[in-house]
Design a protein around this ligand. Structure first.
Ligand code: PXG
Length: 457
């Protein structure tokens, strides 16, 4: 690979010349130059300057088994040689795709037995938009079209997924909010709870779903979609009262309940699926990211029997992608699921590393003035940054506290993501206790640096 023999500056210039990055201001990035990641192992990545960086985000919430797993690499290699591609359109299938369905029906909650494959979380959610509407057409209720979601939800970046999501700045770009998508408020108690108890607030926010259904007419509503724990929105864990009430409302009005498990799935919250952690019994689940630990792009729509039996008896499904059920991606997903299961990663997150991180963050929050709240489950957490924790006073937007803290993390070789005034983390599920100690030490140092930059120490 002799063309790869360039120095960092040359890479940065070529990147400026030819690459447009997702969710990035090009001018701002080009002014400072991109960081070039060259290799990875376990919980660490390395950049082109030779820095070893602890990856507190598992890539983009996805590298659940950590980097460099030979089982996944060899599965891809074997399948590439055997059958690198064939489609699923011509009444054909391939062995990895069939085997993956069998495995998934074993690890998903009871009743999930049919899977539709695509290559990303966004495509899977687009698929869901089409399938839930098709479901109601088959059932003779074609007016059931509207889908209800939450403000500040993230469900992907295609046009339908953008509309499903509740990120206003995404809707605003190019008039991207399609008709037929409705949003209710998110269950973010710390920021929006006011004087209500957690329980009261959870019920109040869930009942916004009932109000919205009544406003639209249940005969016009097909589904409600939500992440068990909102990830990109800032790791928002709803109060205990929230999901049971959502479930009750969906059942009462006969609305399909979709759990977007793209981040929460495959062990992240200490169970195989976030729905189990939060006590949700969904009709449909979106799976991506941890399905292959990001080694290759693959996603799936998981259908409960009660939905699958309607769809499989309802005539032709006019939907699909060239890469639906890609054999190499499926082979990697199989190796990934086997790795998670054979190494007891879900149990480790639930019983060992998850509680260890939680306790470390709790202690850090006790002694650090910037942390107002710690929220999360398993190995997905956020710390809420505050100017004054006793008064529960936030920073002003001009303080750019999240960006400042994120930049300190970057400079100290820790990857963490800032969501507004929260710092979020989602490390590989294979992270060791020693690496969690390192993460916490670096985080504390970066919080100190952030506080002094803001004149607070
Ligand atoms: N649903 C959820 C819950 C997600 O988190 C998607 C769907 C879309 O998946 P794809 O594979 O199409 O990206 C996601 C993706 C961030 C960030 O900044 C999060 C995601 C993607 C990009 C950035 O935290 N999540």
């Amino acid at each position: 690979m002799k063309n790869f023999n360039r120095n960092t500056e040359q890479w940065q210039q070529l990147d400026r010349d030819h690459h447009i990055h997702p969710f990035t201001d090009p001018a701002q990035l080009n002014a400072k130059g991109v960081r070039v990641i060259t290799r990875a192992e376990g919980s660490y990545i390395w950049d082109s300057e030779g820095n070893k960086i602890l990856d507190g985000m598992a890539g983009l919430w996805c590298v659940n088994v950590g980097y460099g797993r030979s089982e996944l690499i060899e599965a891809a290699n074997r399948q590439m040689k055997e059958l690198p591609y064939y489609n699923s359109f011509f009444q054909t299938s391939n062995q990895p795709q069939i085997e993956l369905g069998r495995l998934l029906s074993g690890v998903t909650p009871e009743g999930f037995d049919h899977f539709f494959y695509s290559s990303s979380g966004s495509e899977a959610n687009d698929t869901i938009v089409r399938l839930v509407r098709h479901y109601w057409e088959i059932k003779g209720q074609p007016s059931r079209k509207a889908i209800i979601s939450r403000h500040n939800a993230y469900h992907g970046s295609t046009l339908a997924a953008t509309s499903l999501g509740g990120m206003k700045y995404m809707h605003d770009m190019g008039g991207s909010l399609l008709p037929g998508f409705e949003h209710i408020n998110q269950p973010h108690w710390y920021l929006e709870g006011g004087d209500l108890s957690e329980e009261e607030f959870g019920l109040a926010r869930a009942r916004e779903l009932e109000d919205k259904i009544n406003e639209l007419g249940a005969e016009n509503v097909s589904a409600f979609i939500g992440e068990p724990i909102q990830g990109a929105g800032g790791v928002i864990v709803p109060p205990d009262s929230y999901w049971p009430e959502i479930q009750r409302i969906c059942t009462e009005y006969d609305i399909l309940l979709v759990a977007d498990e793209v981040i929460c799935g495959f062990g992240r919250t200490g169970n195989w699926f976030g729905s189990e952690t939060m006590g949700i019994k969904p009709d449909i689940m979106t799976l991506a990211k941890g399905l292959s630990s990001g080694y290759l792009p693959i996603s799936a729509v998981a259908l409960h029997q009660r939905v699958a039996e309607v769809l499989t008896a309802g005539g032709e499904i006019n939907h699909g992608y060239t890469y639906s059920g890609h054999p190499v991606a499926c082979a990697v997903a199989i190796a990934n699921i086997n790795f998670i299961r054979d190494n007891g990663l879900v149990e480790m997150v639930r019983d060992t590393t998850g509680p260890y991180l939680r306790e470390g963050l709790r202690q850090l929050a006790e002694r650090h003035r910037l942390i107002g709240e710690v929220r999360g489950r398993g190995l997905i957490y956020a710390i809420q940054l505050v100017r004054d924790k006793d008064e529960k006073m936030l920073f002003s937007a001009d303080d750019e506290v999240g960006t400042k803290c994120r930049d300190h993390c970057f400079e100290n070789n820790l990857i963490m993501r800032a969501v507004d005034q929260s710092m979020v983390m989602s490390p590989p599920l294979t992270i060791s206790k020693g690496e969690i100690d390192e993460l916490l030490e670096k985080l504390e140092r970066c919080l100190d640096l952030t506080a002094s930059e803001l004149g607070l120490s």
